[in-house]
Design a protein around this ligand. Sequence first.
Ligand code: ADP
Length: 319
Amino acid sequence: IDGTTLIDANKKRGLFRFAFTEDGAASESTYEIVDLSGYSEVKYIRGRFLGKGGNAKCYEVTQEGSNKALACKIVRKNMRIIGKELLNEQEIPEIRIHRNVKHPNIVDFHSYFEDDRFIYILLELCENESLLQLSQKRGAITEPEVRYFLRQILEGVKYLHEEEKIIHRDLKLGNIFITSGMKLKIGDFGLATELESEDRKYVGTPNYIAPEIVERIGYDCKADIWSIGCLLYALLIGKPPFESESLKQTYKKIKAADYEIPEGTNLSLEATRLIHQCLQLDPSKRPTAREILMDDFITEYFIPDSLPEISLTSAPSRP
Ligand code: ADP
């Protein structure tokens, strides 16, 4: 990231102009991201490094003159699409999908801008990392805590499936972020996709629609339910269900739904049953997010209203 570029981020509408500048001589951490949207210039000062993913680096940024911090995900363009000079919004499904969703359990999409090399996505800042770090520090966590987390994940997924017809397709501990208030937010829509809804494709009467098309819509969402089964297992047991020495072996286990609850773990019957229901090879047999929310595991036992930050590193004394 170097030099100064000024670029029209949305040529079609011609409404926004954005710029990214860098204090060339100074160290990396002093550069600013400038967003010239509308009439007033908005400057973002880059703060600490938050983490990196497959094709993104993430920094904390603060809008100049305010103390509201955001997360800025910086995606290098040529890693997404090679051979094209400028990506427009239509070509970045992650942005198209993420900017249109709004839910308390989904990372809030603030705005985005771009220069010729990078796309900058401004997101709600999740200060307490993700469930991956929590799980690494804690190992297996208690069932009341798992219920507290699972309910929030399910609320977010139910919203995506039912209201937005979106499948996330990459639900994993590292993509479930934790805010300073210990609320969960689903993030990273890099692999998300929109369902081909029958009413979007078939305007008019559905007289000629094949049953497998109608069925498929229900099936596709069930990929996320499988992932929820894996999340549930990982939180309760402290390691993922199909972990093995080699990638090949892991795939083999997944394809056979071959996992075990290790001996000596005292999982409740309800937790064990729910894992089994989500990790079924036949997608139609897996419950929906709505159904899991009504499962005994969630409804019949204690769920804390909030969790203290100490839960990030150690088990609460009175769960
Ligand atoms: P990728 O699509 O490359 O996997 P991610 O969306 O997973 O990128 O982001 C990469 C890393 O940036 C994450 O692992 C996390 O450490 C950090 N990160 C991403 N989004 C946020 C956020 N909203 N708040 C805080 N940290 C974030």
